[in-house]
Design a protein around this ligand. Structure first.
Ligand code: SF4
Ligand code: SF3
Length: 547
């Protein structure tokens, strides 16, 4: 059968090679092609903005936001709505054409910067030509896509910072310049490898920017107990990563009798002081994104998806799913609102009032809030525990969760760790072990949750602080093991950021990315000691030896 699409950007790609007939995630071939085309015209726009900057001409902030939004929309499980992609392609092309007029020198521009279409058929024909497989050389393709996926993660975090009014012109310029360079056939594999590593260093910068945006706006995360049970009011479930959307929703639901619960990556919102003032902000409902079909059905009330991960909803609850921001699904109601605008959540609040209360899934609570500020406040206690041998090792288990049964490895691994180890986590990967009751060491929980995947930045800051306290020359001398679970492209930028900080011997699972060609994988193994996971026993042996 003739392939209908090609996408290999996430960990669940078909046969760990590529989705060719429809996405494992539910993405349709037509949607995949429109995403390819959106990326292509965004590269063209970026080629023009990069040249404008070289000519010392200004690039409007709205264009920086557009580029980040476009990349964000193509992240796994963000947007499945073809019309949204068509509108975005058209908006990007008209912005591109307007800026093209302003160039002093428009010679030798790439096709992506000038291409036009007249009919939907022409649009689809172009989409067929510009996908991942347009790069014939498998190593160049691998490095280009590794860069682009890193940039997608970077763009997502950048957009979250933009939403809160924080931007760094150098990050936007780098993002656009690098995106444009993925079209440059003169770059060698060595040039592209450098680009991958530089992308990682900008990953650190963007996570730092978002950390500043989040903590300046909502306060520093602090140790917090989060309820897992339900109350008896109608309620809204909010998922994804966008804290500004949560803030607007909490303000608009205050006093309405409608409660608000978090799902998946929104759980860490409870750790921020600013959100604690809302008595109707109840707790967390459910687990990581991939269990949403059962959990959204049981929630009974409306659900607001602010970012990935959205699973194409079942008909039984689709009318209760609302999307906003970069998320979309044809048939689900989309709540509009540009950066800086106040969104109107009245429709979802009215809807909630007509719904039964949530069905209780579990009871008890979780404890989290161990981002850098809180952990550094506990530094003396932690350093003493390391010095007196109560804590022998830290294990960074950040990243994403996913539906593959192979990921039970992470539950088993966490459970089998020696009692004198502490897990440092961030991202939805935590749901594999955050309800295990792994106990405490001298009052310090054995699972320290820093927050969302972008809060992996906190884990890096904690490592750097420990390096300073223990007066080490090399971050790799610390008693820290890295066993990262990846799924989508935000985990790619987290991984590249860790590499750029010089961290070596990271284990990555449950499989190595399909987009790493054998040669590119070899470079990562030889230069950074990256390894895939094997079995719990074998990995524990390799990390801990016979101790
Ligand atoms: Fe396949 Fe993942 Fe791409 Fe979806 S995002 S089409 S599952 S590779
Ligand atoms: Fe999870 Fe989608 Fe990546 Fe922010 S919600 S970590 S997978």
């Amino acid at each position: 059968m003739e392939p209908k699409m090609f996408c290999f950007q996430c960990q669940e790609t078909a046969a760990n090679k590529g989705c060719q007939f429809g996405g494992v995630c539910g993405k349709k071939p037509q949607t995949a092609k429109l995403q390819d085309l959106l990326i292509y015209v965004t590269k063209g726009l970026s080629a023009i903005t990069t040249r404008l900057r070289a000519e010392h001409q200004p690039v409007p902030v709205a264009v920086d936001r557009l580029v980040s939004t476009n990349l964000f929309m193509t992240i796994t499980n963000a947007n499945f709505d073809d019309q949204r992609f068509i509108d975005q392609i058209d908006a990007t092309m008209s912005c591109r054409d307007e800026l093209l007029e302003q160039l002093n020198d428009n010679s030798g521009l790439t096709d992506a910067a000038t291409w036009q279409y007249r009919t939907p058929e022409e649009r689809l024909l172009k989409a067929d030509e510009v996908g991942v497989l347009a790069t014939a050389n498998e190593d160049i393709r691998s490095l280009r896509e590794l860069t682009i996926y890193g940039l997608k993660g970077l763009a997502a975090y950048n957009k979250h910072a933009h939403v809160l009014g924080y931007a760094d012109a150098a990050i936007d310029a780098f993002l656009q310049q690098t995106l444009a360079q993925t079209l440059d056939d003169s770059l060698t594999a060595a040039d592209l490898t450098d680009l991958v590593l530089t992308t990682g260093s900008y990953g650190v910068k963007v996570m730092a920017l978002l950390d500043t945006a989040n903590t300046s706006t909502y306060g520093d995360p602090e140790i917090t107990t989060v309820e897992l049970g339900v109350r008896s009011n109608p309620a809204i479930l909010i998922s994804g990563h966008d804290l500004r959307d949560l803030e607007m929703l909490l303000e608009q639901t205050a006093g309405t009798g409608v409660d608000v619960y978090t799902h998946s990556e929104m759980l860490p919102a409870h750790y921020y002081p600013s959100f604690k003032k809302y008595p109707h902000f109840v707790g967390n409902y459910g687990n990581a994104w991939w269990q949403q079909k059962q959990e959204f059905a049981a929630f009974n009330g409306p659900i607001l998806l602010t970012t990935n991960c959205l699973v194409p909803p079942d008909a039984s609850y689709q009318d209760r799913v609302y999307t906003t921001g970069s998320v979309g699904f044809a048939g689900c109601k989309h709540i509009p609102g540009e950066i800086g605008e106040t969104k109107d959540f009245s429709a979802i609040i009215t809807h909630a009032k007509k719904c039964p209360t949530p069905t209780q899934l579990e009871s008890g609570h979780l404890v989290g809030g161990f981002a850098h500020h809180q952990v550094l406040a506990l530094a003396d206690k932690i350093v003493d525990a390391v010095k007196n041998g109560a804590i022998k090792k830290f294990v960074v288990m950040a990243g994403c969760d996913g539906r593959s049964p192979a990921r039970n490895y992470y539950t088993d691994f966490a459970q089998s760790l020696p009692q004198d180890t502490v897990i440092l986590t961030a991202g939805c990967a935590k749901y594999k072990y955050n309800k295990l009751q792994l106990g405490t060491i001298g009052g310090i929980p054995r699972v320290l949750d820093a927050g969302q995947c972008n809060d992996s930045y906190s884990l890096a800051l904690i490592a750097l602080k420990l390096k300073e306290v223990f007066e080490l020359d090399d971050i790799n001398q610390l008693p820290i093991i890295y066993n990262i679970a990846w799924y989508e492209q935000k985990a790619v930028i987290v991984l590249l950021a860790l590499l750029s900080l010089g961290i070596k011997n990271i284990h990555l699972g449950p499989t190595l990315p399909a987009f790493l060609s054998p040669n590119v994988a070899k470079v990562l193994v030889e230069n950074f000691g990256i390894a895939s996971i094997t079995s719990v026993d074998a990995d524990l042996q390799s990390f801990f030896g016979d101790n």
